[in-house]
Design a protein around this ligand. Structure first.
Ligand code: BGC
Ligand code: CA
Length: 253
């Protein structure tokens, strides 16, 4: 019975004073706990707000720093670009200057060459006039008045700044006839028997052999103009016999 009574007391609040106080204090302590919890929540929020604020300030500072850095870098780049442009301009001017100088040098060198060439030609012309040379189609020709072997004849031509004649055309061939002398020309097969070469090393293409020549009759490696009544007037003959000769000096290629 006593147990049932206490139970009903608790249910209907019909309890002794001590119990009511304890409930009241429990409620208060709950409220206090709630208030404390709320305050602690507010504190946490404040802390979070402060941290967030600090973070924002830091971020703003970082942004400002970055913007300032960017601008100063831009300025530095501008200055560098300006320097590069100035350097490029200088280099371009220097290059143009050097080009001009090079051109002048070329002109000077060309002028020097031309002057030397002119003096050379003057000397040659003087020698030619005095030495009995005759001009025909771009070359001067000299026919000797003495007789020598083929090699001695060639040496004489070389010493005169010429060489034994090289016959490149029908006209030139006919021009040689008019001297009416047996003349050495600049053709030989002394290197390889049967392979005729001009003194400038070019092979024989068009020839004017007397019929039956070349026959190498006595070991004949050099060529003479033998007859004066025919266009075909070449004969191979021993290089060691003394004959007149004809030198050619080209004045145009
Ligand atoms: C021959 C030539 C030969 C010459 C030598 C002539 O009678 O026909 O082939 O080269 O004599 O002098
Ligand atoms: Ca012969």
């Amino acid at each position: 019975m006593a147990m049932a009574y206490h139970k009903e007391d608790r249910i209907y609040g019909n309890v002794p004073d001590t119990s009511a106080r304890s409930v009241e204090s429990k409620v208060r302590s709950d409220e206090n706990r709630k208030v404390a919890a709320a305050e602690s929540g507010i504190k946490r929020y404040r802390l979070a707000a402060v941290i967030l604020g600090l973070f924002c300030v830091l971020q703003a500072a970082l942004i400002i720093f970055l913007v300032v850095s960017l601008f100063s870098e831009k300025d530095a780049l501008k200055r560098t670009n300006f320097d590069v442009e100035a350097g490029f301009k200088n280099l371009t001017e220097e290059r143009d200057d050097l080009k001009k100088k090079l051109n002048n040098l070329d002109v000077e060198a060309g002028f020097k060459n031309l002057t030397e060439e002119r003096d050379d030609l003057k000397k040659k012309l003087n020698n030619l006039g005095q030495g009995g040379w005759e001009y025909f189609r771009g070359s001067f020709y000299y026919s000797s008045s003495v007789k020598k072997t083929w090699q001695e004849s060639r040496d004489d031509c070389l010493q005169k700044g010429a060489d034994l004649v090289i016959i490149n055309s029908k006209e030139e061939q006919n021009f040689t006839i008019k001297f009416e002398k047996r003349l050495w020309i600049g053709l030989t097969d002394s290197e390889t028997e049967g392979t005729w070469k001009w003194v400038d090393g070019t092979p024989l293409t068009k020839s004017y052999w007397v019929s039956g020549e070349p026959n190498d009759e006595y070991g004949e490696d050099c060529v003479e103009i033998r007859y004066f009544d025919s266009e075909n007037n070449w004969n191979d003959v021993s290089c060691s016999i003394p004959l007149n000769w004809i030198c050619e000096m080209k004045v145009r290629p």
